[in-house]
Design a protein around this ligand. Structure first.
Ligand code: PAF
Length: 286
């Protein structure tokens, strides 16, 4: 007997998204949203599986959001693979894909953009100052359009997750934000759509990021000299073939401020570094 795969419906307008979700709501059913920019990999699929553990229906948004890219960044070349993405989502029983146009999300004359402080300050913002305003704005719009009970984000983009939590709390949006564990290759490399940019040689070097980050996490956990550990990790990454280190840092895991040194403070190691033309970011608990 052949199994029938249920393909997700694809909607492209906010009105259609709202209509579908309203039908579920009318039946007393719950909804999880997984916001993505497409080019889906197993990390994204684990977010969908998480959504199904929490809610009756899972909506995946696929939208390469122009407002979180600076003019010199990879917006034009970012992989757009809607067909294969929908196939992967069908395999998981995803109910609905929301794949709007840029004009649907940002109608002509739109003039509203969120500005984030708090956990958005430093780290990524030092190198991508436009980024969190764009992310917070599009995520707020997606949450308002969909009205989910849960929204699931990967911990891989740890600062983004903290910024989204802050934005949702500040705007009192009625949604539970869930952070899901990073999915890694067996050699430690965190799954990312941008891994597709790596050459074979770069792919062989890339796991050094996880190895060095782990070393810093051990030192931070043992209350050792994290400044020296971060500097040593940066030097080791450069020696391994990374081109530029944006940051290797240990921060308070909740506020992302510099550690206070208080006993029991949760710590997070965060790294961003360039391997050839690809910028890799990662993080882990210390
Ligand atoms: O992490 C991403 O893929 C994006 O930043 C997000 C959250 C979908 C917003 O565009």
């Amino acid at each position: 007997m052949t199994e029938t795969v249920r393909r997700p419906a694809i909607v492209r307008t906010i009105a259609d998204l709202r209509a579908r979700v309203a039908r579920w709501r009318a039946a007393g059913e719950t909804v999880a949203l997984v916001p993505t920019m497409g080019a889906l990999h197993d990390g994204h699929l684990s977010l969908v599986a998480d959504g199904f553990r929490r809610a009756d229906h899972v909506v995946v948004s696929i939208f390469v959001n122009p407002t979180q890219f600076a003019p010199h960044e990879d917006f034009q070349t970012y992989p757009r693979t809607e067909g294969p993405d929908v196939e992967k989502l069908a395999g998981l029983g995803t109910d609905l894909v929301f794949a709007p146009s840029a004009l649907e999300m940002y109608p002509l004359g739109n003039a509203t953009r969120l500005e984030m402080a708090g956990p958005a300050v430093g780290l990524e913002s030092d190198f991508r100052p436009h980024f969190f305003g764009g992310v917070a704005t599009v995520v707020a719009k997606l949450l308002i359009a969909c009205g989910p009970d849960f929204a699931i984000f990967g911990e891989k983009d740890y600062q983004q997750l903290a910024v989204v939590r802050q934005m949702v709390s500040d705007l009192a949006l009625p949604v539970t934000i869930v952070g899901a564990t990073t999915v890694r290759e067996t050699d430690g490399l965190a799954l990312s759509s941008r891994n597709a940019y790596l050459s074979a040689e770069e792919r062989a070097i890339a796991p050094t990021l996880f190895a060095e980050m782990s070393r810093v996490a051990e030192v931070a956990h043992a209350k050792g000299d994290v400044t020296a550990a971060c500097a040593a990790a940066g030097a080791a990454l450069l020696a391994a073939g990374f081109r530029q280190i944006d940051y290797v840092a240990v921060r308070n895991a909740v506020t992302l401020a510099a550690p206070s040194g208080e006993a029991g403070e949760p710590l997070r190691v965060l790294v961003a570094a360039w391997l050839g033309k690809t910028r890799l970011i990662d993080n882990m608990a210390a």
